[in-house]
Design a protein around this ligand. Structure first.
Ligand code: UD1
Length: 417
């Protein structure tokens, strides 16, 4: 199994090109199920979750063509298998995103329940509740969600909590429903907006995306379109944190500041000097960061997907930072691994108190989720000696060539067997 070896060696200098967003690419790939025509996507990141989604769609009969690594054409004229099997869903929870589009276009869908997940129980009850409000008949049998509807009907749906993939599933269902749907308490994440913009190019009638109330006027059919996936704000934030930890000056291209303001505010509070312009963000850090306190919440507040990376930064910062994780119940798996590198972290329920230490020391560590793995890699950049991050298949789910990108700005990092 692949590992990463990182040797702490001082400041980062140079440029990194940011990839397309994983969490926008996955729902947009699934949106191709909504039409028989061709959806052409560019800026698609080359990631394991993207490969898994292609495999899932191919298994349903979708024609998927990839001439170049970042461009994909999907044609849904011959979709004939309306099933998302357990073998794929268990490896990627976001497979649930085929449920809404399949049901909306074909009136039928079977999707395996995702089951347990390293970062908490993560149920899909809100997806199901919303589709039922649109007239779907749903049964849970043999571990599968079995859904039917002759044609979905527009409805007012208010989810009990803000759910990102829940909003995306209901949005994709509503675009082909009969009549108007109003999605209340909708997620405002930029990836939801990117999906809505792609659906509009395909002929959907959507307004209010980016606010907590999305209004959808259902149409009879959608058509083909071309769409460039938005930049990955979590990859952007991860490389900004890496520079805060290792020091130096790094220019991030193919990204934009407007999608991660809450993260940039916290980095400035920690002492980072940040400038941004059209399509780029630059960061300069020449001292030890100051510890920051934060609370994860739905967008536009601080993202849970950046919590682990800020924990790594606080671990070597001056002072004490208090982190509250309010989105997922079990998202502190990186704490014990950071502690093995010498971090001083005390967890009590949803709260972690991080007392910064002058130096971490390299160790062999592993993580059981994507962002936790990223936090260990960036902690290794400033640790004394060698850090081996094991089980990096998690990283390959969500970071495109992380070792090449960090190596390109001077980090000593290599993939080993
Ligand atoms: C998405 C992101 C993930 C990010 C998360 C929160 C994708 C592919 N993944 O995950 O990277 O960490 O948003 O920003 O976009 N919940 C329920 N019932 C439901 C749905 C959700 O109880 O039916 C709960 C979850 O357990 C969690 C909270 O709602 O506590 C938010 O989860 P949600 O926004 O749905 O996360 P995902 O969409 O799975």
């Amino acid at each position: 199994m692949d590992k990463l070896r990182i040797t702490g060696n001082g400041p980062l200098e140079g440029e990194i090109a940011i990839s397309g967003a994983k969490n926008a690419a996955l729902p947009i790939l699934c949106a191709s199920l909504l039409t028989a025509d061709t959806l052409r996507l560019t800026n698609v990141p080359q990631l394991r979750d993207v490969m898994t989604t292609q495999k899932l769609l191919r298994g349903m009969g979708m024609r998927v063509m990839t001439d170049n690594v970042h461009e994909i054409e999907l044609t849904g004229a011959s979709v004939d298998t309306l099933v998302a099997p357990y073998e794929l869903v268990k490896t990627m929870r976001a497979s649930i995103l085929v449920l809404g589009p399949m049901l909306a276009r074909f009136g039928e869908a079977q999707v395996s329940l995702p089951g347990g997940c390293a970062i908490g129980s993560r149920p899909v009850d809100q997806h199901i509740k919303g589709l039922q409000a649109m007239g779907a008949e749903i049964a849970i049998e043999h571990g599968y969600i079995k859904a039917r509807a002759s044609r979905l009907k527009g409805a007012r749906v208010s989810t009990d909590m803000v759910t990102v993939t829940g909003t995306e599933n209901l949005l994709m269902a509503a675009v082909l429903a009969e009549g108007t749907s109003i999605l209340e308490n909708a997620a405002r994440e930029p990836e939801v907006v990117d999906l809505a913009e792609c659906l509009i190019k395909m002929g959907a009638r959507i307004s209010g995306h980016g606010t907590d109330t999305i209004v959808v006027e259902g149409v009879e059919r959608l058509h083909g379109a071309e769409h460039a996936v938005m930049p990955d704000r979590i990859e952007t934030g991860t490389f900004l944190c890496a520079t805060m930890i290792a020091g130096g000056k790094v220019l991030l291209r193919n990204t934009r500041a407007g999608i991660l303001e809450s993260v940039l505010d916290k980095l400035r509070e920690a002492g980072g000097y940040i400038e941004a312009g059209d399509g780029w963000i630059a960061i300069e850090m020449r001292s030890r960061p100051k510890a920051v306190s934060l609370r994860t919440l739905p967008y536009p507040a601080f993202p849970t997907d950046m919590q682990a990376q800020f924990m790594a930064m606080n671990a070597i910062a001056e002072g004490t930072g208090v982190i509250a994780e309010t989105i997922f119940e079990n998202r502190y798996m990186h704490v014990s691994e950071l502690a093995r590198m010498g971090a001083d972290i005390h967890v009590d329920g949803h709260t972690a108190v991080v007392r910064g230490v002058e130096k971490l020391s390299g160790a062999t560590v592993m993580a059981t989720d994507l962002r936790a793995s990223a936090s260990l890699v960036i902690a290794g950049l400033a640790a004394q000696g060698e850090t081996i991050v094991d089980r990096i298949y998690h990283l390959d789910r969500g970071y495109e060539h992380i070792e090449a990108k960090l190596g390109g700005v001077g980090a000593k990092i290599e993939r080993i067997q």
